[in-house]
Ligand binder design. Structure first.
Ligand code: FAD
Length: 247
């Protein structure tokens, strides 16, 4: 089966992310030693303090907590979009070192839901097209010297945006909040939106106070998309609430 679907895993994150953010912020307003501040955040509830920080826009402490995700089953089209987020760090499966479709009939690819909705015949046509591109790839790989880095790097020019990629992505909490505003919004393309919501669901479980208002802008306030507003603020709030409840 060459078709794959987006799958996000939270691989690692800063231990005690909320305490780390609170400690960094409290240091700005206190003359206490760092050890005393650390004891203070470890023994108390930081939820109200984190909410206050967000409310008055003191955002730099949120940069001290980082989250690392494994993302697979996504297209090269998604890669082009997610890597526009310049404050994130990326490691991406190489199309030079890893040949497409090695040991399988056809490389892994993503089928857009819009094509699936057209029915079996459309899906079959799409799958045949992917198989054709695999044949083109194999042909160029052969002409350029076989399965090796040197031939893979140019044979890949005939592969589509649909081809699967995998990546490890790290973002700090401030960048993640920004990412969720942009990419959980219904104005974002479906695939990156799906990935963003999966990421939000994962971080809500480990840093609920940091991400409790995260999601598209309409989750915490009014929609900022003007005439392009989708009018689904209520559904978005319910979806985000469902994630908070671990659904
Ligand atoms: C719905 C949608 C449609 C889009 N369509 C297009 C499109 O048609 N064409 C296209 O090219 N892109 C498009 N994009 C991508 C978009 O333009 C941004 O490149 C992408 O969303 C990353 O956003 P960002 O720059 O805010 O984020 P990041 O790169 O993650 O940066 C976060 C924030 O840091 C600050 N920052 C980062 N770097 C700089 C810098 N060099 N100078 C000043 N401040 C900086 C900014 O405040 C920025 O918002 C689209 C995005 C969305 C969500």
């Amino acid at each position: 089966m060459a078709q794959v679907k987006p799958q996000v895993t939270l691989l690692k994150y800063t231990p005690d992310p909320e305490q780390t953010i609170a400690l960094a912020a409290k240091l700005c307003y206190s003359d206490a030693t760092i050890e005393d501040l650390k004891d203070g955040v470890e023994s108390g509830d930081v939820s109200k303090f984190i909410a206050r920080l967000s409310s008055f826009g003191h955002m730099s402490p949120f940069e001290h907590a980082s989250f690392t995700f494994g993302i697979e089953g996504v297209s090269r089209a998604l890669l082009a979009q997610i890597t526009r987020h310049r404050l994130a760090s990326f490691s991406v499966k190489s199309q030079r070192y890893v040949a497409a479709g090695k040991n399988v009939d056809v490389f892994n690819y993503i089928i857009p839901p819009s094509i699936e909705e057209l029915g079996e015949e459309a899906v079959k046509k799409y799958q045949d097209q992917m198989a054709t591109m695999q044949r083109w790839y194999n042909e160029w790989q052969g002409l350029l010297g076989g399965d090796c880095e040197k031939s893979n790097e140019d044979a890949r020019f005939v592969l589509p945006n649909a081809a699967e990629t995998k990546m490890v992505v790290t973002m700090n909490a401030r960048e993640l909040q920004h990412f969720f505003h942009l990419r959980c919004c219904n104005r974002a393309q479906w695939e990156i939106r799906e990935v963003a919501w999966q990421m939000l669901g994962l971080v809500l479980q480990v840093a609920p106070n940091v991400f409790c208002t995260s999601g598209p802008n309409c989750v915490a306030g009014a929609c900022t998309e003007g005439a392009k507003c989708c009018g689904k603020a209520k559904e978005m709030r319910e979806k985000q609430q469902g994630l908070k409840n671990g659904q």
